[in-house]
Design a protein around this ligand. Sequence first.
Ligand code: NAP
Ligand code: GLV
Length: 310
Amino acid sequence: MSDVILVKSDFDRFSEWEDEFRKHDIQAIPWDDMAQHCETVKYALVWQPEPGALASLPNLEVIFSVGAGVDHLKGEGLVPAGIPVVRMVEDSLTAGMVEYIVYNVLRFHREMPVYERDQANQIWKPRVQQSAWGRTAGILGLGVLGSAAAAALRRLKFNVIGWSRTEKQVRGVTSYVGQNQLGIFLQKTEFLVILLPLTDATHGIVNQTLLQQLPRGAFVINAGRGPLVRDQDLLAALDQGQVAAAALDVFNQEPLPPQSPYWKHPAVTITPHVASITLPVTSAHHVADNIQRHREGKPLTHLADLSRGY
Ligand code: NAP
Ligand code: GLV
């Protein structure tokens, strides 16, 4: 008999997951049918499950997060004690994030928002282009996604530096570590790329103190999580010109409420949490591989540590 995985995904894509899992001899069950299958479910693939739901599955052995981030699984009653949680780490999710970051760094580097405004006003005004190798992109969170974005920006000849909790080896990228080295990292960073996970330690980390340490006129790109940023501090930095422009994919409240000042801010570009999306066709195999490892009693890959928060 094939293994059963309960699926709670976003974008209403159950049939895509079902088709992909079938290729691996795994039976997918939609979240709404949980009650009829709760005894047989060994695996769950979830995005933002309701508190208590996973605890109602007596034979659950592994939880897979639909996303790379696992902050949606942190909270009272969300994950039953002792059940391992596997993060989504797969090439297509990484490639999507690399595209989003490279696109936005290049967009700011090549002054596209300025030329778009000029075009709207029929202004012909050439500006001297700066070279990429004279400019520094700083990646806040040099993990799976941050390291891939850093490597891609290096290939485009930017100076690239990264900040993380532990030291990283990414070819051509200077690694800064911990609170002691955050200041020196920020002083050099003209394009701040935020790819940290949301944890107790990182909540609100992009605040006035941090933003004031960037060179004046820096750019901010947030593809990590909204609550990493204190909105009022970023808006003040934008209004003062300390931050020249921001590309924001994630927000403290999603969907972004109609009254948010970000919507109409001339220096802000908004996308609705789509920097990189998990696609069933490319990521079901990551889940299936781990299920196979679990069947064989091998260690699971890309386990999250919920006590650490990521
Ligand atoms: P990851 O591999 O776990 O990388 C996280 C990085 O952050 C690591 O380098 C880690 O350092 C660092 N870090 C964590 N806490 C820190 C702290 N307190 N101080 C300094 N560095 C810290 O995660 P990932 O796969 O790259 O994903 C990163 C995040 O991207 C996810 O958590 C998610 O929120 C976001 N995301 C967004 C989208 C989107 O569409 N917008 C899509 C996918 C993911 P160490 O390695 O040294 O511990
Ligand atoms: C999306 O936000 C993810 O965490 O993969």
